[in-house]
Design a protein around this ligand. Structure first.
Ligand SMILES: Cc1ncc(COP(=O)(O)O)c(C=O)c1O
Length: 390
């Protein structure tokens, strides 16, 4: 019904992932026939219902100011109930201009220069940027690897909380770059520590829609995280490939936290939505679920393919099980070359563009990250090329 094998020509649409000049500016001179497996952007068209919805707006031809009307709130409430079994109230929801931007506003709203924001490293690098750009310090808490799977180091976390008194804990759930899904008991423990040490728990659930192995537990699940100390940020951008629309939303159960957060948004005039952004959420959440389920099956089979290929052809590498998302996180510390040398070598010699883990704040230096949210053809070609040039 949905053909995820269909190759989409993306070099002409000025997307960062496929633009040769842009990619060369990041990775150095690379062959023109390169295959990009880097930035977390998928090579699939969005659900047909989203495209048709946008086509109706374009045909109508007026793009005036809009607002957050009831269909937006209903779409979010129903989606969260249906997919994640959580009851979200309309008053909790605030539309924002992208999750990354929202991490920045959250720091502005709740921190002063010199304060700390805790995060579990390695982690998506804008977590650190959001703090550092406001002169707020990063309190990095390294994740521990046990049986090739990340674990939170609660003893170290508690001692850091006691010493540094961070204002916020940026918690990535599921975790980017590893795809680790946090269990309810782990989330409960995180939340309890936040309450005990007066830290606001800010959870990024952007990767929650691509669950490949296991079950996602939202921090909004009843009995999980304390709702009076919780800010949940998400967007349909990863799930439905809508990142360029720069639209997201937050869910904040507590009225006082919400008020302070919204005051900061108002200071920046973040009030009315982009017309395609608000409708994109409605179309995707109301009608895109069969597509999303089919996509997840396709991603699952790509993950299996990649796991197998790495195990057979690169026996020194250790790939974590991607429980969610479409990003493979691979420990290459046993390789004779460093992760940075490998990525440079593959980009320049094989034309396969993957990222090394040094961008992920800290503790990712020995890792490669491969984006498998693409047609199987590109994955197979990439493995062939990497093998030839290894
Ligand atoms: C953990 C995480 N949060 C947020 C984003 C981006 O979200 P948005 O497009 O809503 O800014 C990404 C994109 O890769 C991500 O990995």
């Amino acid at each position: 019904m949905f053909d995820f094998d269909n190759i989409i020509e993306r070099k002409s649409d000025k997307c960062r992932k496929w633009d040769h000049a842009f990619v060369c500016s990041r990775f150095g001179e690379i062959p023109a026939d390169f295959i990009p497996l880097w930035i977390a952007d998928m090579d699939f068209t969005s659900p047909p219902e989203v495209i048709e919805g946008f086509q109706r707006i374009v045909t109508h031809g007026t793009f005036g100011y809009t607002w957050c009307f009831d269909e937006f709130y209903d779409a979010v409430i129903n989606f969260q109930r249906q997919r994640h079994h959580v009851s979200v109230e309309k008053s909790w929801i605030t539309l924002t201009y992208g999750t990354v931007s929202t991490l920045h506003y959250t720091v502005q709203a709740f921190c002063q220069p010199g304060d700390y924001v805790m995060m579990n490293t390695p982690v998506y690098d804008p977590f650190a940027m959001a703090a550092q750009r406001q002169d707020v310090r990063v309190l990095a808490n390294p994740l521990r690897v046990e049986d090739n799977r990340y674990q939170l180091d609660f003893d170290l976390i508690e001692s850091q909380l006691k010493t540094y008194h961070p204002k916020l804990w940026f918690f990535c759930s599921p975790h980017n770059p590893s795809g680790r899904i946090w269990r309810a008991a782990e989330i409960r423990q995180v939340s309890e520590l936040c309450k005990r040490y007066g830290v606001i728990l800010v959870v990024d659930e952007v990767h929650a829609e691509h669950i490949l192995d296991g079950e996602f537990v939202s921090c909004l699940t009843s009995g999980c995280a304390a709702p009076d100390n919780l800010i949940v940020l998400t967007s349909p951008n990863k799930a439905f490939n809508l990142g360029g629309l720069k639209t997201s939303y937050s869910m904040i159960p507590d009225a006082a936290l919400r008020q302070r957060f919204r005051q900061q948004l108002e200071k920046n005039s973040i009030t009315s939505p982009n017309i395609f952004g608000v409708w994109g959420i409605i179309f995707a959440y109301q009608q895109g679920l069969p597509w999303l389920d089919a996509l997840n099956s396709y991603l699952r089979s790509n993950a299996l393919y990649l796991t197998d290929a790495i195990r057979s052809h690169f026996p020194d590498w250790k790939m974590m099980n991607p429980e969610s998302s479409y990003l493979a996180w691979i420990d290459v510390s046993a390789d004779k070359r460093s992760a940075t040398q490998l990525t440079q070598h593959f980009a320049r010699q094989a034309g396969v563009v993957i990222e090394d883990g040094s961008h992920y704040v800290q503790d990712g230096e020995n890792y490669l990250r491969i984006n498998f949210g693409t047609q199987r053809y590109w994955l197979e070609q990439s493995i062939d090329r990497m093998l030839k040039h290894y």
